[in-house]
Every structure is written in structure tokens, then in C-alpha cells.
Design a protein around this ligand. Structure first.
Ligand SMILES: NC(=O)C1=CN([C@@H]2O[C@H](COP(=O)(O)OP(=O)(O)OC[C@H]3O[C@@H](n4cnc5c(N)ncnc54)[C@H](OP(=O)(O)O)[C@@H]3O)[C@@H](O)[C@H]2O)C=CC1
Ligand SMILES: O=C(O)[C@@H]1CCC=N1
Length: 271
């Protein structure tokens, strides 16, 4: 039961907040959650908003956690892991959400046998609509993986993948919200260019993306089949689709996900 576990976070940033919100919504008592965060204003915010325990001491939070989230930027992984080495209990489960950082790198920083689950969530977890993929390191058990999966199912959808696919997940769904938001902003700009007020344009653009995603998920039809139902012969949609194809829209999207995936692989080297 998650309710019986003490859960800690190293780093109290955007993703930690999204997960805290989901855990609370899932019935985990605030008193069981602790966050180690260096910035005093951020600690005050998290304590006041969510009622969680806060500390500026990573070791203190690690020492009292059955499940410990590693939620700092990958660029500070090395010193943070080194600082935690003696503080993590022998049965603790480490759940890393750090982009690019391999389970083997985390395991190497701790005593032999440390249990690590590596996860790539995304920011819609904040509104319980996250998309997450998880994989295990060398020592985490099937039970550990299912505990971690249950946590991420509190904040959205979760699936299990091999660790070699986590960089691709990072490029697609980890970074994906930024790509989708850029698309929504562009749709809104286009509406404004054609005379719509900004608030109307942004609301129409966001609802169109949200509604289309739900249509796809709920009908389980192929995207091309659903697109066909929008596209009248000689109509407006085919005129727009022609421009997207001419301008290389699909190739650009594929290149963007490729670049994000490649960057995730680079982060493994600590760069
Ligand atoms: N944001 C996203 O969409 C996603 C992020 N991730 C991964 O999640 C992790 C966190 O990202 P995100 O929440 O966006 O980042 P944030 O910068 O919002 O959060 C990281 C937090 O950790 C704090 N911190 C810095 N150094 C330390 C330290 N030594 N000990 C404890 N805390 C420290 C930071 O403080 P300060 O601000 O002072 O540096 C900050 O508050 C990253 O590894 C990222 O790759 C994964 C999926 C999606
Ligand atoms: O931009 C990043 O590096 C992180 C990882 C995935 C989303 N944000």
C-alpha cells in the first residue's frame, strides 16, 4: 500500500510538484511526503500549498524515505547522487525521473543492490493527464516496478518499456508537451491573423487539440482514418493539409523528436 510508505523527493521543482499533487489526489497523506529543496521560497510554497514536509537537507529526506524520487536536473545528478550515497536505507526504492541518466549510473553511486526504477513522465501529470514510461535497473523487482507504476497511474497513463527506449520516450512524450504547446500557439496566432480575438483563438486551438486527442484515444481509429473524416473533397481542410505537406510539417516534427531523443542520449554523459 502506498499509504504506508514514506515518500521523499530530492528536488522540489515542476515535476516534483506535479507528482505531489497526484499522490495527494490518490489518497497519500501529506504527512507521508517530504521534499528536499535548496530554495527557501520554493520550500515555503510547497509546504503552504500542499502541506508536505520540507527540508533543505537531501540526506535527511533520503534517510526517512521508503520511496525516494530523484527529481533534480541531470546536470547536477553526479554531486547529488554522491551526497546521497550513505543516506539511503538498504530497502529504499529510488525512482529517478532525470532525463538521460541511466540506472547503471545511479546504481554505481550507491551500495551494491540499490533498487532503481527509471521513469520518464511529463508535465500534464500536474492535471492528472500525464504520459509516463518506466523501466527497471538491475536490482529492482517486479513489485518495485508495479509500485512505481501505481504512482504514475495516479497522475495519468503509464507503460513499461526497455531502458534502451527511454531516450525515445523522452524525445516524444517527455518533451512533447512543449512541441504541442508550440503548435497550439501557432494555431492561435493564425486565428489572430485572420481576425479572431486572442482569447477566443487560444481557447479554440487548445480545445481542438484536446478534443482530437480524446477522439483518437476513445475511438482507437488510425489517425489517418479520423483525418479523412475531416477532409471534404475540394474543401478547406485539404487546402490546408497541402500546405503542411509542402512545407515539410511531418519531417519537421520527426526531426524535433529526433533532436530531443539525441539530446537525452547526450545527457547520459553528464553534458
Ligand atoms: N519538466 C519536464 O517537463 C520534465 C522533467 N523531467 C526531469 O525531471 C527532473 C526535474 O525537472 P524539473 O522539475 O522540470 O526541474 P526544476 O528545475 O523545476 O526542478 C529541480 C529542482 O531541484 C532543485 N535542486 C537543484 N539542485 C539541487 C540539489 N543539489 N539538491 C536538491 N534539489 C536541488 C532546483 O532548485 P534550483 O531552482 O535552485 O536549481 C529545483 O527546484 C529533471 O531531471 C528533468 O530531466 C522529466 C520529465 C519531464
Ligand atoms: O527538457 C528537458 O530536458 C526535460 C526532459 C523532458 C522534458 N523536459
Amino acid at each position: 500500500m502506498l499509504q504506508d510508505k514514506k515518500i521523499g523527493f530530492i528536488g522540489g521543482g515542476n515535476m516534483a510538484e506535479a507528482l505531489i499533487k497526484g499522490l495527494l489526489a490518490g489518497g497519500v497523506p501529506a504527512g507521508e511526503l517530504s521534499v528536499a529543496e535548496p530554495v527557501a521560497e520554493r520550500r515555503t510554497f510547497l509546504k503552504d500549498r500542499y502541506g508536505v514536509n520540507v527540508s533543505c537537507d537531501n540526506g535527511e529526506v533520503a534517510g526517512r524515505s521508503d520511496i525516494l524520487f530523484l527529481a533534480v536536473k541531470p546536470q547536477v545528478a553526479e554531486p547529488v547522487l554522491a551526497g546521497l550515497a550513505g543516506a539511503v536505507g538498504p530497502d529504499a526504492l529510488l525512482i529517478s525521473i532525470m532525463a538521460g541518466v541511466k540506472t547503471a549510473t545511479i546504481e554505481a553511486a550507491f551500495a551494491t543492490g540499490v533498487k532503481v526504477v527509471r521513469v520518464m513522465p511529463n508535465t500534464p501529470s500536474l492535471v492528472l493527464e500525464g504520459a509516463t514510461a518506466l523501466c527497471t535497473g538491475a536490482n529492482a523487482t517486479a513489485d518495485d516496478l508495479s509500485t512505481a507504476r501505481r504512482i504514475f497511474e495516479l497522475v495519468g497513463k503509464a507503460c513499461i518499456v526497455d531502458e534502451k527506449l527511454i531516450d525515445a520516450v523522452t524525445g516524444l512524450s517527455g518533451s512533447g508537451p512543449a512541441f504541442v504547446l508550440t503548435f497550439i500557439e501557432a494555431l492561435s496566432d493564425a486565428g489572430v491573423k485572420n481576425g479572431l480575438p486572442r482569447d477566443v483563438a487560444t481557447s479554440l486551438a487548445a480545445q481542438t487539440v484536446y478534443g482530437t486527442a480524446r477522439l483518437l484515444l476513445e475511438t482507437r481509429e488510425h489517425p489517418a482514418m479520423l483525418r479523412e473524416k475531416v477532409t471534404s473533397p475540394g474543401g478547406t481542410t485539404i487546402a490546408g493539409l497541402h500546405v503542411l505537406e509542402k512545407e515539410g510539417f511531418r519531417g519537421t516534427v520527426i526531426n524535433a523528436v529526433d533532436a530531443a531523443t539525441a539530446r537525452s542520449k547526450e545527457l547520459a554523459g553528464g553534458k
